[in-house]
Design a protein around this ligand. Structure first.
Ligand code: ADP
Ligand code: NI
Length: 214
């Protein structure tokens, strides 16, 4: 099992060598570690958790013309090439197919303990100290302002209008980051999310205070 995981790590590192900062190898490594932490409490299949965590962003549809099948396809071909058991491959593929924020509402209903673990780990990387850093990195990349008291998040509830405006990065906290703690699947995920959520609330409190020059 260790050899399979190591080969997969090498493959992912190589494939993501030029990925943007939000989904680079370090994001994968954090999700991989967090998934393992959660799995210590959940006792899912270790190999499935590790492989799905490592391969979950191997080809993000956002950067591949919306192609939802490319990631699962690349993951499957790679795992076949290193002779991973068919059943494990099938499970990892289903996890990758169903893991995104969008797909979690698609109603096709696939779930498994391992999928819940990896999904929690991925969502946890969007909140807390790391989540804050990622949000401002994204905002900077999109040339967004940090905050604008005149552009409140409520005015940008519709996903489409949100995408097309230069909404301040702080709005993203209300649109997504502060909602994630209630979307956790596992008990261990909920515990980690609660701590990270508190930290974001504290961060926002300080942000507004400093904004007012206090
Ligand atoms: P993922 O693929 O991890 O589900 P995304 O690709 O949507 O998430 O986002 C990658 C990172 O960029 C996340 O940390 C997310 O919170 C952040 N991000 C996405 N959209 C925005 C936005 N509009 N403003 C600020 N940060 C964002
Ligand atoms: Ni991810």
């Amino acid at each position: 099992m260790q050899a399979t995981i190591e080969k997969t790590i090498d493959f992912v590192k190589e494939t993501l060598a030029h990925a943007e900062a939000g989904h680079d190898w370090f994001h994968i490594e954090r999700v991989f570690k967090t998934a393992q932490t959660i799995n210590q409490q959940e006792n899912g299949n270790e190999l499935v958790v590790a492989l799905a965590a490592l391969l979950h962003d191997i080809a993000d549809p956002k950067f591949n013309n919306g192609d939802e099948e490319l990631g699962p396809h690349i993951a499957t071909s790679f795992l076949k090439s290193i002779a991973v058991d068919e059943k494990i491959i099938e499970h990892v593929k289903l996890i990758i197919q169903h893991m995104s924020f969008k797909n979690s509402f698609d109603g096709t209903g696939f779930t498994s303990k391992e999928m819940q673990i990896v999904q929690d780990a991925d969502r946890l990387d969007a909140i807390g100290a790391i989540g804050i850093a990622r949000a401002f990195t994204y905002g900077g990349f999109k040339n967004r302002v940090l905050y604008d008291p005149a552009i409140l998040p409520e005015e940008h509830r519709s996903k489409e209008s949100y995408k097309n405006t230069t909404a301040p990065t702080i709005n993203h906290f209300y649109e997504k980051l502060l909602l994630l703690k209630d979307m956790m699947n596992t008990e261990a995920g909920k515990t980690l999310a609660a701590e990270r959520h508190q930290f974001m609330l504290l961060y926002l409190e300080h942000f507004y205070k400093e904004w007012e020059g206090k």
